[in-house]
Ligand binder design. Structure first.
Ligand code: LLP
Length: 482
């Protein structure tokens, strides 16, 4: 917290800028608070991707998600290149699109060679619409509907099977298609077996928020590893599915490296066990989970520091078990896109509660960033139109929703603010837009992607018409008399 800074030391919003002496490509985005292209321009304003943030707000409105293309592509390349450097076999990084699913982000990740992890028919549709090749799409989820499974089979993506119900449904759908032929079946006949992976629960504990831990045994995701015998026996007997790999994900916003190394070792043991059932496991997916810096004291490992030991453990364990190296997959979300985006708000009203606190309200809140109210997540902010002003005030940044808990940042250190100032909350790329809602019927903000001084809209701001688009008014409720 800034308030713990030694007394008498002056702090400025510009302290959050990435070190300008270092070349952008050598910084690991997840270890920064602001996007790598962030600068202070001659007007003392925050500039991202060569665009003045205050000008962007004038042009595209407020609140505004501002996504820095360079930060996102550098993170993608660092994952891709680290696996190439440290892993002797084939590798594939997938972008976990749950962090922010929209066509432009999927297309950008794919342009750098990444595949896409999707968890619903909607995310699958988005990735396909963005032109992502289905052979690089992996479909997760603990309760995929029949329609979603049919969509997945027809699109020819790889299905990451989570449980027995899904496995049986999938076999049934694939058999039905083959027996009945394309014309009458509910699913088009697959020309080859349906490619699947199996998601297993590794029973690995890690230190993160309870809601974003998934790898411990008491989790709703994945097959219980005690059932491996039955699972491998069943899967090895099915001709309509081909089990190409195993998957596990232990949680999110993790700073420790040991849990993923333990996971890598456990996964090679599973692979070795599968071989005993005649299943040749060609791919291992170690999931995502690398954390990012939200506040000064957060100290996650770099992307490279996360990738390297995982590769080493898999290589050593495969050599020891005399197994060929599998294709190694990982699926980060937050550490790819989290730092690449900021949210710009406009400051409005304020309220001084004597002796207690000062509230400063912005024009968004829990509808565009539900993480503080959901996980008590902590963020940092700067006033973008006065970047080098000393941080003299401690205020609580409130959202505009009818909910007392709608607080964006408690006890933020800011310069003296005025209505109309542009407040930029940092590191909002992951799980902000994707978890955004229309609570209180607020239209969701627009998003722009910035690069080399140019800004392009990637998500249009919702309008009041958008808000009532799905509303239907039964005849008897239409009240023309008033
Ligand atoms: N793979 C699977 C199967 C996952 O469940 C997740 C995240 C990821 C990959 C990507 O994890 P990441 O690299 O982003 O940590 N809404 C929460 C985060 C939920 C994470 C869910 N699964 C938040 O705002 O913190």
């Amino acid at each position: 917290m800034v308030s713990t800074h030694p007394a008498g030391v002056q702090h400025f919003g510009s302290q959050y800028l990435p070190a300008s002496s270092t070349s952008n490509t050598s910084l690991s985005p997840n270890q920064e608070l602001l996007p790598l292209t962030a600068k202070r321009n001659s007007h003392d304003c925050l500039e991202i991707g060569g665009c003045d943030v205050t000008t962007l707000v004038k042009q595209f409105g407020s609140p505004l998600y501002i996504l820095d293309e360079e930060t996102l592509t550098i993170a993608c390349r660092q994952y891709r290149d680290s696996f190439k450097r440290y892993y002797n076999g084939e590798s594939q990084v997938l972008y976990a699109s749950k962090a922010w699913s929209c066509m432009s982000v999927c297309a950008l990740a794919a342009s750098v060679g990444l595949g896409i992890d999707v968890v619903s028919g909607g995310e699958l549709y988005t990735a396909l619409s963005a032109g992502v090749s289905p052979d690089k799409i992996y479909f997760h989820g603990n309760n995929k509907s029949r329609q979603e499974l049919i969509f997945a089979i027809e699109s020819r993506c790889t299905i990451v099977v989570d449980n027995w119900h899904e496995l049986h449904t999938l076999v049934e759908l694939a058999l039905e298609a083959i027996e009945q032929g394309t014309s009458s079946a509910s699913v088009a006949t697959p020309s080859s077996p349906v490619r699947i992976m199996l998601r297993l629960t590794p029973g690995i504990e890690c230190h993160t928020h309870e809601y974003i831990r998934t790898g411990h045994l008491d989790s709703k995701f994945g097959f219980d590893p005690n059932q491996l015998d039955d699972l491998f026996t069943f899967v090895s007997q099915q001709s309509v599915i081909e089990c190409v790999g195993l998957h596990a994900h232990i949680g999110s916003q993790i700073f420790e490296r040991q849990p993923h190394q333990d996971l890598a070792a456990v996964m090679v043991q599973w692979m070795s066990k599968a071989a005993g059932y005649g299943l040749s496991i060609k791919e291992l997916n170690v999931g995502g989970g690398l954390g990012i810096k939200y506040i000064e004291s957060d100290d996650p490992p770099s992307i490279e520091e996360w990738v390297k030991p995982i590769c080493e453990v898999i290589q050593e364990a495969c050599a020891a078990a005399n197994l060929p190296l599998p294709k190694l997959l990982s699926e980060p979300g937050r550490s790819l896109i989290g730092t690449a985006c900021v949210t710009a708000y406009t400051i409005g009203s304020s309220k001084v509660v004597p002796e207690i606190r000062t509230y400063v309200a912005v024009d968004g809140g829990m509808s565009d960033n539900p993480r503080p109210i959901t996980y008590q997540s902590v963020y940092r902010a700067v006033v973008a139109n006065r970047l080098s002003a000393p941080l003299t005030e401690t205020v609580t940044i409130a959202g505009k929703h009818c909910e007392s808990g709608d607080i964006v940042i408690k006890d933020a250190q800011v310069p003296k603010t005025e209505p109309g100032d542009i407040l930029v909350v940092m590191a909002t790329g992951a799980y902000n837009y994707s978890m955004a809602s229309n609570y209180n019927r607020l239209p969701r903000p627009a998003a722009v992607i910035v690069a080399n001084g140019e800004a392009n809209l990637i998500l249009q701001r919702e309008t009041y018409q958008d808000l009532i688009r799905q509303d239907r008014l039964p005849e008897r409720l239409k009240n023309d008399e008033g």
